[in-house]
Design a protein around this ligand. Structure first.
Ligand code: NA7
Length: 486
């Protein structure tokens, strides 16, 4: 068994940010366990055609690592390049073990150590475990009747098979969420037929993406101006939460109006317009941004299928209206297991007294500021339950959680204690506050079913308020809120 001071599981933005902050604290005895063959997480894994970020890149980057972005919304290769530069700059490969698929993490109370097992059977131990596996990393392949009968090629968007030549083929894509609306325009011109299977239409607003001009690129290189630009984008985005949280009517008056105008402007044909018009308030599900999706749907070889899937057959799909569609390849753009059940956890984590996180999160996930869970000493999740946001950069939330983790580790070291565990009543109060904050929000009042909510209607995915409030609540370790074991 190899021993370390800290084990980090996952190497996306969260794992990388935690690793850098540990190094900045002088903690170099840590290992990053990554199940894939390279570091990079989401932006390494999600490399489907058209993949790009939905938040302006100036803000969708680590606050302490600015970058010379080439366009407003970076595409996947540029984000991966940014990540690779950071990995190199901080020499993180030297700390990493790739192809290390974790199968179990167990806390040994006698030695106050986490023991992490990977698929090969190799074990690692450390007093501190940072779980940075990402909140959208477990792909959903839906249980559609006949799914195992399909004889053609099929894969999920998060596992795009680049060895498959989709040109001149009949492709079906199930789902019309954030990933699908990027794939559809990216492949529409190359394929023979593209059938888009829509269960629910989503609201889409304009993206207005473009390359940055010389002036913007110059400004971006000057740290003070770049920080100013970032702050302006941040505060502009932050005002949106007023409508999300308190005034869903404003969502209809402003954002929905823009989305309707966008739809009517890009889709003149009335029947298609109706098929693409959602029946819930904008913001209830994630707001999508695209200038290319609607035009792609109107190409001669692209077909929006809205009748619902009856079954998957050997050679294609039968719709509920009886229509049969022959396909060579089926793409599942069907999203990920979120915090509505324990399927978001690819492995179990066992805390004190044999308590299992999979059991704790069976019906819904919960944590204090998305990070700590009662009964799990020195376990720090990043981007855990209720840390998702729909109005600004997820990386802001990641950095706030890493501040809490680093502050906790400093406390553990400075006070020479073996572990800290969040008190159950503190976590409960925090979660009660979250559910109160949701009460009048668009996520509850908006009239939709979404992957943000459990079947009982509890939102376990989104942080329902201003992100600076989250940062203020999360950033400092408060010993009074934790059980401290010597
Ligand atoms: P999303 O946004 O969760 O979209 C998943 C899509 O798949 C959505 O349109 C779903 O329809 C559809 N879906 C899921 N299950 C089924 C079944 N059984 N039948 C038909 N259609 C189905 O996932 P993405 O990968 O696009 O994006 C995930 C996040 O990644 C995104 O929010 C960004 O943060 C990045 P529904 O709307 O539920 O009717």
């Amino acid at each position: 068994m190899e021993s370390f001071e800290v084990i980090i599981i996952g190497s996306g933005f969260a794992g990388i940010c935690a690793a850098i902050k540990l190094k900045k604290q002088g903690i170099n005895n840590f290992i990053i366990l990554e199940r894939e063959t390279e570091l990079g997480g989401t932006w390494w894994r999600n490399n489907y055609p058209g993949a790009a970020v939905d938040v302006v890149s100036t803000l969708y980057s680590l606050s302490f690592e600015p970058y010379n972005w080439s366009r407003l919304y970076a595409k996947q290769p540029e984000i991966l390049n940014y990540t690779k530069n950071i990995i190199k700059k901080y020499d993180l490969n030297a700390h990493a073990k790739t192809k290390a698929n974790v199968t179990l993490a167990r806390y040994d109370e006698n030695s106050s150590q986490w023991r992490v097992t990977i698929e090969s059977g190799q074990e690692y131990s450390a007093p501190i475990l940072i779980n940075a596996i990402g909140h959208l990393s477990q792909p959903v392949i839906p249980d559609i009747p006949g799914i195992n009968n399909f004889k053609g090629k099929y894969f999920h968007t998060a596992k795009w098979d680049h060895s498959y030549d989709y040109k001149e083929k009949r492709i079906g894509i199930i789902g019309t969420g954030a990933s699908s609306i990027q794939v559809v325009p990216a492949i529409a011109d190359s394929v023979n037929e593209l059938h888009v299977f829509q269960r629910t239409p989503h609201w889409i607003v304009p993206r207005h993406d473009r390359t940055l001009n010389t002036f913007e690129k110059t400004i971006q290189k000057i740290p003070l101006f770049n920080r100013l630009k970032r702050a302006l984008i941040y505060w502009k985005n932050e005002t949106r939460i007023l409508a999300f949280q308190y005034f869903p009517k404003l969502m209809q008056l402003i954002a929905e109006k823009e989305a309707v105008h966008h739809l009517h402007n890009q889709v003149p044909e009335k029947t298609l317009q109706e098929e693409l018009t959602p029946d819930y308030t904008i913001g209830c599900k994630r707001i999508l941004i695209s200038d290319e999706y609607y035009p792609a749907l109107q190409k001669d070889n692209v077909f929006l299928e809205t009748s619902g899937i009856q079954e998957i057959k050997e050679d294609g799909i039968r719709l509920k209206n009886g229509k049969e569609i022959t396909l060579d390849c089926l793409v599942f753009a069907t999203g990920f297991h979120a915090f509505t059940s324990n399927k978001c956890l690819p492995f179990d984590i066992i805390g004190t007294d044999g308590i299992s996180l999979k059991q704790e999160w069976q019906n819904k996930a919960h944590a204090f500021v998305g990070v700590t869970v009662p009964g799990f000493p020195n376990l720090f999740n990043i981007n855990g339950p209720n840390t998702g946001i729909g109005h600004t950069s997820a990386i802001f939330m990641t950095e706030a959680q890493v501040e809490y983790i680093i502050s906790s580790i400093q406390y553990i070291k400075n006070h020479n204690i073996s572990s800290v565990t969040i008190k159950p009543e503190v976590e409960q109060q925090y979660n009660d506050y979250l559910q109160r904050a949701f009460k009048n929000s668009v996520w509850v009042k908006g009239g939709c079913n979404s992957w943000y909510q459990t079947t009982e209607g509890e939102n376990t995915t989104i942080f329902p308020s201003f992100t600076f409030l989250f940062k203020l609540r999360a950033r400092k370790f408060n010993p009074k809120e934790h059980l401290l074991i010597d």
